[in-house]
Design a protein around this ligand. Structure first.
Ligand SMILES: [Zn+2]
Length: 145
């Protein structure tokens, strides 16, 4: 079940990491910088930003952070924070909802921050991508499953 905004704690180091990585985004085409910071099941932190290219096939911030998780040999997301440039909700895109789903558990917290790093909204995986298709549908396991 989603948590009320007032019940969401964003540790200072996570907030700072989210702001820093968002500010490193390479977004000359969209001018829409996004950062993602995830905490793995082991408690390590992985950060990523969006990286665009001239052919308009950019890499999302969430994908960038997940690449770090997987590249380090980890497979499970405990919490993922997403920060956009402004005050509006910058929720994960459809592709990233599926990417997060691959490494999420029913307990994974998805938190969208405002441009200053304050929490705007919390989602469970099922709220972010209801009735999702995942590894179990192929009789595979991933993350904590
Ligand atoms: Zn995305």
């Amino acid at each position: 079940m989603s948590k009320a905004v007032n019940d969401i704690q964003v540790p200072d180091e996570i907030r700072q990491s989210a702001l820093n990585v968002r500010d490193n985004a390479y977004v000359p085409y969209s001018d829409h910088p996004v950062g993602a910071v995830l905490i793995s099941e082991s408690g390590k932190t992985y950060a990523g930003c969006n990286v665009e290219s001239a052919n308009y096939k950019g890499l999302c911030a969430e994908a960038s952070a997940i690449a770090g998780l997987v590249s380090s040999g980890e497979r499970a997301i405990r919490t993922i924070y997403v920060i956009g440039p402004g005050e509006d909700l910058c929720t994960p895109c459809g592709d990233c909802r599926q990417r997060i789903r691959e490494f999420a558990t029913p307990q994974t917290d998805i938190v969208v921050l405002d441009g200053n790093g304050a929490p705007l909204k919390h989602y469970t995986m099922d709220e972010l991508l209801p009735d999702s298709f995942g590894p179990e549908n192929l009789n595979k396991t991933s993350g904590m499953r």
